[in-house]
Every structure is written in C-alpha cells, then in structure tokens.
Design a protein around this ligand. Structure first.
Ligand SMILES: Cc1cc2nc3c(=O)[nH]c(=O)nc-3n(C[C@H](O)[C@H](O)[C@H](O)COP(=O)(O)O)c2cc1C
Length: 172
C-alpha cells in the first residue's frame, strides 16, 4: 500500500468490533506517534491510553454518542502548553499544530494495521480534565477511540467527500 492508498483508506470509524487490539499493534501505532515532527522538536504532547472499563466509562461520559461505547481503547491526546514552541514574532503557540500531526500519525498507522480510529474534538474537556486529573498545563485536545471496525469492509467502502483540487490550491 502506498501513501495515497493509506490516506484514502483511513476514515472515521464510529462502530467497533469486540475484538481486542494486540499490544504489538498498539506499540506500532505509538512508535509512529513518537516519530511525528513538531516545532523545534519539542514534542509537546502526552497521550493517555484508556483501556480499563472504569476509564472507558469516564471517556464515554465526556462524549454523548452511543457509538463511542463500542471502542475497546480510547486515547486522549493532550497538548503540553508548557513545552510547546511559541513563535518569537507573534507569540503563536504551536501546540495545536504539533498535536494534530501526532494524532494523524496515530490514525494513519492504525489504518495501515487494519484498526479504525476517529478524531473526536467535540467532547466535554472540563469534565475530561476532572475525571482524568489532567493538570492545567496539559490541554485535552483530541479523543481518539480505536479498535477493529465492526464492518470489515469500511476501509474499502468509505467514499471521501472532498473539495476539488482547484478549490484548495492557488498558483502564484
Ligand atoms: C479536528 C477534528 C475534529 C473532529 N471531531 C469529531 C467529533 O467530535 N466527532 C466525530 O464524530 N467526528 C469528528 N471528526 C471527524 C470528521 O468528521 C471526519 O474526519 C470528516 O468528516 C472526514 O471524514 P473521514 O475521516 O471519514 O475521512 C473530527 C475530525 C477532525 C479532523
């Protein structure tokens, strides 16, 4: 599978099978996260890996969609604002950019391994912070449920609705 095929394969999976995720696959996915680039190589992130029933219930209570209850694992990607690069010219904090790259490494590596993921940002971050005792300098930025898709064919069948190239590029 070349990169474009992988990019087309990755899709948002919102229903998971009971099948447990092998430790080797989780390790593989996190090695891909570890390789993500970041501004000044500061790597300003912390990933909470939630696998226990108690932890997953907490995750579910932060995101009111039933489908998330089917995920056997959920990651909470946190941006570390203490560690992130702030641009000198305007002070821009690059934590959001960095965490997004790392999260997409995660999702792509998972898809390559046949695992489904879904970016989830529309969750209750205040509740998440409380339940997982996340300190102030970390921002719970993205939840990423992960597991084998309930439908084995989802990777082949997902139809990407995307803007045309001429809508997103401009030649100078
Ligand atoms: C930053 C970001 C936040 C997202 N938040 C949510 C979310 O809270 N819930 C959800 O179901 N999907 C969420 N998504 C998934 C998008 O809806 C999805 O990526 C988009 O519709 C394209 O579909 P695809 O991932 O299958 O290619 C999010 C995606 C991104 C990149």
């Amino acid at each position: 599978m070349n990169f474009l095929e992988l990019a087309k394969k990755r899709c948002s999976v919102r229903q998971y099978a009971d099948t447990p995720v092998e430790k080797e696959k989780l390790d593989y996915v996190f090695e891909a996260v570890r390789m993500a680039p970041s501004a000044v190589n500061f790597q300003p992130w912390k990933f909470l890996i939630v696998t226990t029933d108690d932890g997953l219930k907490k995750v579910q209570s932060c995101y009111g969609r039933d489908w998330i209850k089917t995920a056997p694992i959920c990651m909470i990607a946190c941006s570390d604002h203490r560690a992130s690069w702030k641009r000198g010219s305007d002070g821009k904090d690059h934590a959001d950019i960095d965490i997004a790259i790392a999260v997409e490494h995660l999702c792509l590596a998972a898809a390559e391994q046949g695992l489904g993921t879904c970016w989830v940002c529309n969750f209750d971050t205040v509740r998440c912070r409380e339940l997982f005792q996340i300190p102030d300098y970390l921002e719970p930025a993205v939840m990423i449920p992960m597991g084998y898709p309930a439908s084995a064919s989802i990777f082949e069948e997902n139809n990407k609705k995307r803007k045309e190239l001429n809508e997103i590029i401009q030649q100078y």
